[in-house]
Design a protein around this ligand. Structure first.
Ligand SMILES: *[C@@H]1O[C@H](CO)[C@@H](O)[C@H](O)[C@H]1NC(C)=O
Ligand SMILES: *[C@@H]1O[C@H](CO)[C@@H](O)[C@H](O)[C@H]1NC(C)=O
Ligand SMILES: *[C@@H]1O[C@H](CO)[C@@H](O)[C@H](O)[C@H]1NC(C)=O
Length: 369
């Protein structure tokens, strides 16, 4: 069947289409680039159940937001799908923490999980893709190590490498499994788009997904535990462990700040993304790339998904992006003194309770006009 996608259909649309010759009605499912990361709709499923009849659990693999390939992976790896969902949640949490005092604050909700922000190939979209791919790899890997999954366990191959003054514990984080799973599931739709048409946006997504996973991989650490009489450390056992996800978030946020604007360059059958400004250093495999400049996010804009900064809390004394001047886009701000009640002068009583007094504290709250 030929998939025809009339350019006027900007949204995902199911429509019936008369096929001239046969006179049949065909159901045509049409997706355009506005459908980035549709699989995040998994977050809307009440839970990716780990119990219950298999046929019930498989239901979640049939939601229309999964591509054919993703649906297949889901069915074959049902026990992992809860980690995928938790990975998406972790990504959103980390994104909101990293961007809490910026104009775009990674807000979610509405019909699309990230609003319309993923529609345009901006550095914000680049960040969302990288942190999501990394978070899925992180949570799946964690689930492997903790023995929750049948499909994978600890990485026991690490012990083959020579050790220096310690023994391998035999339970290193199985980052290879986690990243491979993230790659096959998260990248599925873009991989297909990139193969078929070398769409620049698909190439951008694939690069940024991989950058997120590489940041995770390159920051694996050696963790050790001492054994012996009262911690004398006569024997040390060590394993390779993933960094805390906060660390991944911090690094990717730096990558966001230094992201490279790229443009597609076609050479023969292939399309590559090359820096717009050739005087800049070429991006590495952990750098984020984007194709379009970001809006300034000052005002509400339906088209870009910008919510604007009216009513946001800002910091009067900061000159950085969280400061009232920049965050409020020079519109000014309102200061209010609010009294907040809090527990104070707490005393510990032997044994065992804590008694506190209640104090009223005045806090100054500044909000953007
Ligand atoms: C983000 O900003 C919007 C409006 O600018 C606000 O409504 C929302 O509460 C903020 N979200 C977070 C998580 O701070
Ligand atoms: C506001 O900004 C100043 C200067 O950057 C900083 O020292 C202070 O901790 C900030 N206040 C809050 C509430 O974040
Ligand atoms: C809030 O209180 C501080 C001192 O506690 C004062 O300097 C400031 O002017 C007050 N602001 C408003 C808006 O009342």
């Amino acid at each position: 069947m030929v998939l025809i996608c009339p350019p006027v259909l900007k949204r995902t649309t199911t429509m019936t289409f008369p096929l001239m010759k046969a006179g049949f009605l065909f159901l045509i499912f049409c997706t355009t680039s506005s459908a980035e990361m549709r699989w995040l709709a998994l977050l809307r499923q009440s839970s990716v159940a780990t119990r219950g009849a298999v046929h019930e659990r498989v239901e979640i693999c049939n939601i229309k937001e999964l591509s054919k390939k993703q649906s297949k992976i889901c069915q074959k790896n049902l026990e992992i799908m809860n980690s995928v969902r938790l990975g998406a949640e972790l990504a959103i949490q980390e994104c909101q923490w990293q961007f809490k005092s910026r104009r775009w604050n990674c807000s979610t909700g509405g019909k699309r999980i990230f609003g319309k922000i993923l529609k345009t190939a901006t550095r914000e979209a680049a960040f969302v893709h990288s942190i999501t791919a990394a978070a899925v790899a992180h949570v799946v890997t964690r689930a492997c190590s903790s023995g929750q999954l049948q499909r994978c366990g600890c990485d026991r191959t690490v012990r083959v490498k020579p050790s220096q003054g310690f023994e391998w514990s035999g339970c290193s984080d199985n980052i290879a499994f986690g990243t491979a799973f993230s790659k096959s599931f998260v990248d599925a739709r873009d991989l297909r788009r990139a193969r078929k048409k070398s769409k620049p946006r698909a190439l951008m997504n694939l690069h940024n997904n991989e950058a997120g996973r590489k940041v995770l991989e390159y920051n694996m650490k050696l963790e050790c535990k001492c054994h012996g009489v009262s911690g004398s450390c006569e024997l040390r056992t060590c394993w390779r462990a993933m960094p805390a996800f906060r660390e991944v978030g911090i690094i990717l946020k730096e990558k966001f700040n230094g992201a490279t604007e790229v443009k597609p360059i076609v050479s023969g059958k292939y399309t590559k993304l090359e820096p717009v400004n050739i005087r800049f250093k070429h991006h590495t495999d952990t750098d984020l790339v984007y194709l379009r400049p970001s809006p300034n996010f000052c005002e509400l804009d339906e088209k870009t998904g910008s919510l604007g900064t009216h009513g946001r809390r800002c910091n009067k004394t900061s000159r950085a992006i969280d400061g009232c001047e920049l965050l409020c886009c020079s519109r000014g701000y309102i200061s209010q003194n609010r009294s907040e009640r809090e527990r104070c002068r707490c005393k510990f009583h032997w044994c065992c309770y804590v008694e506190c007094q209640s104090c009223v504290r005045t806090v100054e709250i500044n909000t953007c006009n």
